[in-house]
Design a protein around this ligand. Sequence first.
Ligand code: NAD
Length: 269
Amino acid sequence: MKYCLLSRGDELSDRLTEKFRELAALRGITEDEEEPDIVVTIGGDGTLLQAFHKFLHRLEEVSFVGVHTGHLGFFADWKANELDLLVSNMAEHAENRHALTVRYPVVEIVLKSRGGETVWHALNEFTVKGNNTMLVAELHINDELFEMFRGDGICVAAPMGSTAYNKSLGGAIIHPNLESIQVSEIASINNRVYRTLGSSLVLPRHHHCDIIPRAGQKLLLSRDHLLEEAEDIESIACRVADKKVGFIRYRPFPFWTRVREAFIQNDGS
Ligand code: NAD
């Protein structure tokens, strides 16, 4: 079993990364930056998002586990003082790591432009916004026009991202066992001329939506923490991706407990 480490880069995370290396070496676990089985992030949720994008090409092979050096994270649920316990779990369960890995859906985004097609994946969400202007776009669901959107933008979240930006937009929190994507509006304009549904939509696997921006618009596109400008996008197709993201669970931490501890009451972590 091989692991690799990704630190947020602050002093505490870097120090814990070194400590983790020492503990792993004592247990005979090998570090491999190119082809790890387990990717350990030390920092916060943002560090795990970075690791997800770094190892997107090996998503089927790796399992992620996160240590938080700040407040309890959604992805980073091991505490800084539990490194020894985490390393001993990794050593003891090296053989059954696949059985201990839970796999959750992510969003697939296909961007079409005159230049061709680009495929993106997002663990939390994809967003499209107008760049310094309003977004004007058709929203199609399963190849039928659903509504004409005008407003700041549209967010398409994976279930694990439903507690992130999607939640701030008033979207529902979706258990990650539900293979779905959630489409939410970002500040839509609604009056007698422009009308959108105003509620978030949850689409199951095998359904898809297409966002067709008005031609020539300057756009701001995001997938998780990554932001890009674009001008020549003709259509954006979103659906549940075929590949999933894996998190290794050495101990139970039910999703609803995680939600409660993050948003309602934290029992001391
Ligand atoms: P970051 O790491 O500082 O993350 C921002 C905050 O979002 C942190 O508090 C983090 O713990 C939390 N977070 C991230 N993923 C989460 C999840 N799945 N569930 C619950 N909380 C989560 O900054 P970053 O690395 O740039 O993070 C990018 C993320 O920030 C995006 O994926 C998006 O979800 C989020 N975001 C939120 C808003 C908003 O709520 N208004 C706006 C923009 C971006």
